[in-house]
Ligand binder design. Structure first.
Ligand code: SF4
Length: 330
């Protein structure tokens, strides 16, 4: 027994030493290079703890636009770094791994959007922020899960709307606004789609006093919402964006929460609410693209000045318009 412990312990401490060294070096290099580290809510805890700001993609883009730093290291997925590059073209935006993509953003291509628009001349295009710069450039409005409803409500009721790329967020917006003239792209995020209605049944039965925080991208959301609403009591159900979840958890009198989104958010929820309990809807709800960003890659990004994300100015200018229209609505 003693031998086994002795065998494991030195190995563990080597890992700890390595992590400490990396953190120390990252801290030094980022100061020297006047760099800011932005981390999405779904990043691994050590990256979140090191970051200057943690938030959702739009919140981070706003931080990027406001920063006085010369370099922005975006710990998130590629379209998010692109959005930062669109909003602050004079900054050097780096992503620690160029392969960190997004299944939802990949569900629509420029060709397919152009064809869809041609089938609905005059329609207003509303794109969820999880899209490439090229798609944003072909859109009238950008939106987040936090303001999608508000954006759609601001559009003339007679106008046709093309909502993309998330089918669940689109269906939820359609249901909440009661608009029939919304056409919805059939894209989905592989992580949120995997949330099964059965998991909600089970978790809410196990924790009957818990509040349920559910992301509008969830695969179960639209067809299941009525049933969930019957299963949980009045205020127990909150449909919220990731930032909305953080705010709700802080303000709610509830002590227990079942969280239906990517598990990375549990770190921040717990950190900001140490006296409350957060239960993941499914332990395996993890986005492998978000988890591609590691401490080693963050270190390499700063030390080797890699990998820069740029957007051609003619695309960026059009994409910026759709983002600015969103910001103007709220
Ligand atoms: S969780 Fe889904 S929407 Fe978010 S980055 Fe991963 S694949 Fe994209």
């Amino acid at each position: 027994m003693t031998t086994a412990v002795n065998n494991i312990h030195p190995h563990k401490s080597e890992n700890c030493k390595r992590t400490e060294k990396l953190i120390q070096e990252i801290t030094q290099i980022r100061k020297k290079r006047n760099a800011v580290i932005l981390a999405h809510n779904y990043q691994i805890p050590v990256i979140q703890d090191l970051a200057d700001f943690v938030g959702d993609s739009l919140g981070l883009s706003r931080q990027a636009a406001a920063t006085k730093s010369d370099v922005i290291v975006f710990c998130g997925v590629h379209f998010m770094a692109e959005t930062a590059a669109i909003l602050c073209p004079e900054k050097r935006v780096l992503i620690p791994d160029l392969e960190a993509g997004c299944s939802l953003a990949a569900s629509i291509t420029l060709d397919r959007l152009v064809k869809w628009k041609a089938e609905h001349p005059g329609a207003v295009v509303v794109s969820y922020v999880n899209t490439t710069a090229a798609i944003k450039a072909e859109s009238d409005y950008c939106c987040t899960s936090g303001n999608a409803l508000q954006i759609v409500k601001s559009i003339d009721a007679d106008k046709e709307i093309l909502f993309l790329p998330d089918v669940f967020l689109g269906s939820w917006v359609k249901r909440m606004t009661g608009r029939e003239n919304i056409h919805i792209w059939m894209g989905e995020c592989h992580v949120h789609t995997a949330i099964h209605p059965r998991s909600i049944d089970e978790k809410m039965r196990e924790h009957p006093q818990a509040e349920l925080l559910i992301h509008p991208e969830c695969g179960c959301l639209t067809p299941y919402l009525d049933r969930v609403a019957r299963l949980v009591k009045g205020d127990q159900l909150k449909v919220a964006s990731t930032e909305g979840m953080i705010v709700r958890a802080c303000q709610s009198p509830a002590k227990q929460f079942v969280v239906a989104t990517e598990v990375g958010i549990l770190h921040r929820l717990q950190k900001e609410n140490p006296d409350k309990e957060f239960i993941p809807i499914q332990d395996e709800m993890s986005c492998q693209f978000m988890k591609m960003i590691t401490l080693e890659k963050l270190h390499a990004a700063l030390a080797n000045d890699q990998y820069q994300v740029t957007v051609p100015e003619e695309v960026a200018a059009k994409a910026r318009l759709s983002i600015e229209r969103m910001v103007a609505v709220g």
